[in-house]
Design a binder for this molecule. Structure first.
Ligand code: GAR
Length: 186
């Protein structure tokens, strides 16, 4: 199986996934693609010898990214901190073969504008005693695809949005790569 990772930022999840699949016979990370030319994820990919590709939102909307994924014969698309809305045409090209990680327990704290620290700030503002991660398939409705896996972490009253984010990221690093590998067997 040939996997592509789409990421917009630092890429700490992408790094864990590349580490994992460097030792897997089930799949290989064939491409890391980003809409940010200076995203940290690109340097991390180079470290692993994984080819990179950058594109603008306009190019993505015009089908350039889909063309690249098809040219690279990608089987699975992994969204690891990818912050643009994926065009419907691209989603339809990978039915049940596109996976996203969301840094909260969906269906709570999802939807437009809910990404990264915004999510943890909302959890803090709500005084929620629990947060976590959701790994789900991507469909045309933002953050509403089939949930594959969730893991929770307790939030103490003294936690800040920042420490909530650290707890959630630790869960992402612990579980995301293994859950992806499990999906490849289905
Ligand atoms: C992760 O926490 C991921 O869940 C989140 O962005 C972060 C990326 O971190 N994604 C979203 O908020 C998507 N709605 P990373 O670049 O270090 O992997």
């Amino acid at each position: 199986m040939r996997l592509a990772i789409l990421a917009s930022g630092s890429g700490s999840n992408a790094e864990k996934i590349m580490e994992h699949f460097a030792h897997s016979s089930k799949g290989e990370i064939a491409l890391v693609a980003s809409n940010k030319a200076d995203a940290g994820v690109l340097a991390r990919a180079e470290k692993f010898g994984v080819p990179t590709f950058t594109f603008t939102r306009k190019e993505m909307d015009a089908g350039v990214l889909l063309g690249k994924l098809q040219e690279e014969q990608i089987d699975w698309v992994i969204l690891a901190g990818f912050l643009l809305k994926v065009p419907d045409e691209l989603i339809r090209a990978f039915p049940d073969r596109m996976v996203n990680i969301h840094p909260a327990l969906l269906p709570n704290y999802g939807g437009k504008g809910m990404y990264g620290h915004h999510v943890h700030e909302a959890v803090k503002a709500a005084g929620d005693p629990v947060s976590g991660i959701t790994i789900h398939l991507v469909n045309e409705h933002y953050d509403e695809g089939k949930i594959i896996f969730q893991a929770a972490t307790a939030i103490a009253p003294e936690d800040s949005a920042e420490t909530i984010g650290q707890k959630v990221l630790a869960l992402e690093h612990q579980y995301f790569a293994g859950v992806i590998e499990g999906l490849l067997y289905l």
